[in-house]
Write a protein that binds this ligand. Structure first.
Ligand SMILES: NC(=O)c1ccc[n+]([C@@H]2O[C@H](COP(=O)([O-])OP(=O)(O)OC[C@H]3O[C@@H](n4cnc5c(N)ncnc54)[C@H](O)[C@@H]3O)[C@@H](O)[C@H]2O)c1
Length: 360
């Protein structure tokens, strides 16, 4: 393969994620989206027309069976990530999968094994890590750094952000969980990326779903598919204490809903011996999101780097995925980091269910 190898992509899912995937591929020279699959016939026809995609299918199995595809992009309800990715990898396709990699770690590990056995790339959409403020903080931590980071506070909180009280998002078998499995992977990914990929060794968590069950907290989304699952079966708030093998503790809280002032706020605070840093992204803000705290000659000094975040990162992560596919060097791109993130989510759910700390 070369930098310009033509690649043919099929995208499964027509919602926000699937549409974003398709549009991101179309921005890359030599990459063609030749097939789309999804259940909403009108949306399928509309996307096919506007994005000029020739093959339009109702079900993912027909898409994965297309010989001409080099890549399958998975943007469906969480429970389908595993089956679609495994079938595509076994058919020799590279896979770009939405987060969470799978609804539990056992399936995620199997996905990684199948990618490795077939020597194909398995990449996961950790798009928020590509934010310019996160990337800047990563480079700041490398040099000059903030000393040993001993504690992290990492949260994503919404006031009313349950994505559809009657959609697949709140159905346990289709989503695997609620707020934690939905927003939690992004927050974990940013933290573990910034910390240099330590392994999480223990999790002690509590999970709640009281607001969702009481009918509070729905996000007003115009496009939600797979409706008809009326019961709220998942968590709307999970709070956890994680420990890593590097000795860092991580206070981790994810919520879809709460009677509180915090509304669509992502906050990641790193406490180091020589300095601190806080990324505070309120409502997907693009400027003024990062502050670095130092103590210089006995005075507190706050540094606010002027960084503008251009987008939420899907085009960048998909561009990098295509670069890896074209490089032909696929070892080390079998989803290992994403597997560990699903193990941590599993440990949080297990801890909440059993009222005890879980060792990974
Ligand atoms: N990375 C991010 O920032 C981000 C943002 C939003 C959603 N997501 C993830 O993307 C995934 C999809 O989320 P969404 O909000 O787009 O959901 P959605 O409900 O809007 O869309 C899901 C799509 O899957 C399709 N689908 C369901 N069953 C299918 C089948 N058997 N064959 C073919 N297609 C099928 C539906 O028809 C629908 O088009 C989820 O895993 C979610 O966690 C990630």
């Amino acid at each position: 393969m070369t930098d310009a190898t033509p690649l043919k992509v099929g995208v499964v899912g027509l919602g926000y994620a699937g549409t974003t995937h398709a549009e991101s591929y179309l921005g890359i020279p030599g990459v063609e989206v030749v097939a789309l699959a999804g259940k909403e016939a009108d949306r399928l026809a509309e996307l096919g027309r506007t994005l000029d995609v020739p093959v339009l299918l109702d079900d993912w199995q027909d898409l994965v069976a297309l010989d001409e595809l080099d890549i399958v992009s998975v943007a469906t309800p969480n429970a389908l990530h595993g089956p679609i990715s495994i079938a595509a990898l076994e058919a020799g396709k590279h896979v770009f999968c939405e987060k969470p990699l799978a609804i539990h770690a056992e399936e995620a590990r199997r996905m990684g094994e199948v990618a490795r056995a077939n020597n194909r790339v398995l990449e996961v959409a950790f798009n928020h890590r590509r934010r310019a403020d996160v990337q800047y903080l990563k480079s700041y931590l490398a040099d000059p750094g903030i000393g040993e980071i001993y504690h992290v506070r990492a949260t994503w909180k919404r006031r009313a952000g349950i994505p559809g009280l009657t959609s697949w998002f709140t159905n346990k078998s289709l989503a695997g969980g609620g707020a934690l499995i939905d927003l939690g992977p992004h927050v974990l990914d940013i933290v573990l990326f910034l910390l240099g990929e330590p392994r999480v060794t223990t999790a002690s968590a509590a999970a709640h779903g009281a607001l969702g069950r009481a009918g509070y907290g729905a996000m007003n989304l115009s496009a939600q598919f797979d409706g008809g699952h009326a019961a709220f079966e998942v968590d709307d708030l999970v709070s956890a204490l994680l420990r890593t093998d590097a000795g860092t503790s991580i206070q981790y809280e994810i919520s879809w809903a709460g009677h509180t002032a915090d509304d669509e706020d992502i906050s990641i605070e790193l406490l180091g011996v020589d300095g601190g840093a806080r990324l505070l992204v309120k409502r997907y803000a693009t400027d003024g999101t990062l502050t670095i705290y130092r103590d210089i000659n006995g005075a507190h000094v706050d540094i606010t780097p002027q960084i503008h975040v251009v987008d939420k990162g899907h085009p960048m992560v998909i561009r990098e995925f295509i670069d890896v596919v074209r490089s032909g060097d696929w070892a080390g791109h079998h989803g290992d980091d994403a597997v560990h993130r699903t193990e941590i989510l599993d440990a949080c759910y297990e801890s909440a269910r059993t009222n005890r700390e879980v060792t990974l």
